[in-house]
Design a protein around this ligand. Structure first.
Ligand SMILES: [Zn+2]
Ligand SMILES: [Zn+2]
Length: 283
């Protein structure tokens, strides 16, 4: 992989040295969104601490589907091409991921391929090795220069993938506000509270699972206890496994390493909707 400096100016070359409240050029809207959902989530928890089972069930369902969208659709399918998937299922997973706040597929895949190519070096814009935990967890989202989809995933610059880029803000607005049909508790819980939970669950994959032994070239690690807490990640806590063999569709390696994304892929394969699945040797 070319090692060109991905960030043009000296100030932007080490963006983690900027004050935390200063977004990168063009990222003001991301910063605004992050502040907004956190404020709304806090307000919702204070005003409606108990939303009722119907609303809570919908939060779990949408969060779970969004997690599948990200881990299977964005990560294992589009970023690493570890399987082939029916086009309708693919598009549904993309919608679920965008509804969960994961952004458009091309920008996610571009960031992710950059991350694997430059893992835990200064060019890895989401690594905690240089900026620390909060940089890797949230700050890189609004303080780093965008990864260029034309360079990292030019195959996604076509057809429906272009459509999803333009649909990002409308889908997010729908996601944030649709719960209002169930009243104000629905608005806060199905909107901001779900989005904040999904955000932090997935951001822990960038931050915590890259805080393995310092000094190593690649600090990725498995974090087993993140699994049960991570409704929206579905196996992504086996991140050390993933970095060791990024071309495999399965992130768990042992039978006890629960990997919901993998079980979903196996189900799709049984139904004839997935094929050419890259699986590890059986243990
Ligand atoms: Zn990683
Ligand atoms: Zn990956």
């Amino acid at each position: 992989m070319p090692q060109t400096n991905l960030l043009a100016t000296p100030a932007a070359a080490r963006p983690w040295e900027q004050p935390w409240w200063r977004p990168a050029p063009g990222k003001g809207v991301v910063f605004f969104y992050l502040v907004l959902i956190h404020l709304l989530a806090i307000a919702g928890l204070v005003l409606f601490p108990l939303p009722g089972w119907r609303i809570f069930g919908l939060v779990l369902l949408l969060g779970g589907l969004g997690g599948l969208g990200t881990t299977v659709g964005y990560h294992r399918l589009l970023a690493h091409r570890t399987l082939k998937l029916n086009r309708i299922v693919e598009q549904l997973l993309i919608f679920a991921a965008m509804f969960n706040g994961s952004g458009a597929p091309a920008s996610w895949v571009a960031y992710h391929r950059l991350h694997h190519s430059h893992t835990d070096t200064e060019h890895d814009i989401s690594s905690p090795s240089h900026g620390g935990f909060w940089w890797a967890h949230l700050r890189w989202l609004y303080q780093s220069a965008p990864a260029d989809p034309a360079r990292w995933c030019s195959e996604l610059d076509r057809g429906s993938f272009r459509f999803w880029r333009y649909a990002e803000i409308p889908v997010l607005l729908l996601s944030l506000c649709c719960g209002l049909v169930l009243g104000w508790p629905g608005f806060f819980w199905i909107g901001a509270i779900r989005l904040v939970y999904a955000l932090h669950a997935q951001c822990l994959v960038n931050s915590l699972t890259h805080l393995g032994e310092s000094g190593r070239r690649d600090r990725s690690q498995n974090v087993w206890w993140l699994g049960p807490l991570q409704l929206a990640a579905w196996g992504e806590n086996w991140h050390g496994n993933h970095h060791a063999a990024a071309g495999l569709a399965r992130l768990g390696r042992r039978w006890w390493q629960v990997d919901i994304g993998w079980y979903f892929i196996c189900a799709m394969e049984k139904l004839g909707l997935a094929s050419q699945v890259k699986r590890p040797a059986v243990r």
